[in-house]
Write a protein that binds this ligand. Structure first.
Ligand code: SF4
Length: 402
């Protein structure tokens, strides 16, 4: 079983994995399991009880059992590089420590040559460039077409996962054209997929406080719907631990799965907590480690139709990511190489792009490290060379390992 194929029959296997993990004692988690087994879906009301009332260990157990039912012990990662083309942004979201005004001393905007030179040192050992950034007041779609097409020409093997929904909306406003026209230009240039950033919490009352001026909840979903219609796979995210309620988190998950019912275009969901450094949101609740694990597990439990749940280690760190791999997450991002957005906000996670180190994190959590492509259609197992008493690692075709 590998990747996005094996997970399809997961509900049938779920009771076996629940039993193997010791069974469930908490009545709220048992209700969620009963709903899954009878309807294939956990209701919004029950989802809310998982946040407010349920025992954490049992919530994590159910999340992990679903993960095992879909993917056994496999844990996916990609070998990627984060390149942020600019930190100049016309908005000023209150949770964002990354953006700069155009006149700030440390504002930057990469031209094509600089963008390519950021990728070049990593190009032989990565599969993907992840590029998101600020809403530059002067860049139109041509600039991004040039960045993406030049990167693809220079490094044809790379997947380009670029531009969040709000960046797509910004380009459509600057150009005065439909979202679909912007996306089509970018797809023609070589765009592989959209990252999920900018979802924050899909509730416009929350958005008004934490990211006023950003795309609305409906616009976020509509941009992803358009991408899916054009055949462009996307991810989705949830930024929690600002001012939202449990009910707003559950509604966020419900809105993602409702769109997924219609389009089947989301590949991966990435829940991550607000990091407070250098931002302007004093009323934020902040998430503890336990709350973060609970939210990752509930994401796995609620999103019955989204294949992958990611532990975003740039945000939650290596230690919590390792625990998340036993609480519902089946994917870790990634080798990364370079990262600014979370580190500006206080992340101390290492960006050392060491494949062996990441694989060890996965193996020590009980997983089998599987290096995947951006679109989860190519897989290579990367693990200690058997016998495993030395520290050498090897990448092997899946067929050689199963
Ligand atoms: S989150 Fe994005 S849109 Fe908001 S201020 Fe930061 S860079 Fe700009």
């Amino acid at each position: 079983m590998l990747g996005s194929v094996g997970h399809l029959d997961w509900l049938r296997r779920l009771p076996v994995h629940i039993a193997e993990l010791g069974g469930i004692n908490d009545s709220f988690v048992q209700s969620a399991l009963d709903e899954l087994l009878s309807n294939g879906r956990v209701s919004v009301d029950t989802g809310e009880t998982l946040f407010l009332d349920a025992d954490l260990v049992d919530v994590m157990l159910l999340g992990h059992a679903i993960k095992k039912s879909r993917f056994e012990n496999e844990v996916y990662f990609n070998s990627n590089l984060h390149v942020n083309p600019t930190n100049i942004c016309v908005l000023a979201c209150r949770f964002c420590a990354f953006r700069r005004g155009p006149r700030a001393a440390d504002a930057y905007a990469l031209d094509v040559e600089e963008y390519i030179s950021r990728i070049r040192p990593f190009s032989s050992r990565i599969d993907e460039v992840h590029s998101v950034g600020g809403l530059h007041p002067e860049w139109g779609v041509d600039h991004y077409v040039e960045l993406i097409s030049t990167a693809k020409k220079t490094f044809p093997h790379l997947s380009m996962k670029c531009l969040t929904a709000v960046e797509i909306k910004h380009l459509s406003q600057i150009e005065g054209v439909e979202i679909s026209q912007i996306l089509s230009r970018l797809i023609d240039a070589g765009l592989t997929s959209l990252p999920g950033g900018g979802a924050e919490i899909l509730d416009d009352d929350v958005r008004k406080v934490i990211c006023n001026g950003k795309e609305s909840s409906d616009e976020y979903l509509e941009i992803h719907r358009t991408a899916h219609r054009l055949g462009l796979p996307t991810n989705s995210t949830m930024l929690f631990g600002t001012i939202e309620t449990a009910s707003q988190r559950v509604n966020h998950l419900d809105r993602i799965r409702s769109l997924q019912d219609q389009t089947d275009g989301f590949q991966c969901f990435v829940p991550y907590p607000f990091l407070p450094d250098r931002t302007r949101l004093p009323q934020a609740q902040h998430s503890t480690g336990s709350e973060t694990l609970r939210t990752i597990s509930i994401s796995r439990i609620m999103l019955d139709n989204v294949p992958h749940i990611k532990a975003y280690r740039m945000n939650i760190g290596d230690h919590l990511s390792a625990l998340a791999l036993n609480a519902g997450a089946d994917d870790v991002d990634g080798t990364v190489g370079h990262e600014e957005i979370m580190h500006e906000a206080g992340s101390e996670t290492s960006v050392e792009d060491d494949l062996d180190r990441l694989s060890r994190l996965i193996e020590d959590a009980g997983g089998i490290p599987v290096r995947r492509s951006t679109t989860y259609d190519r897989f290579v197992i990367h693990r200690r060379r058997p016998p495993s008493d030395d520290e050498r690692w090897v990448s092997l075709p899946v067929a050689d390992m199963i």
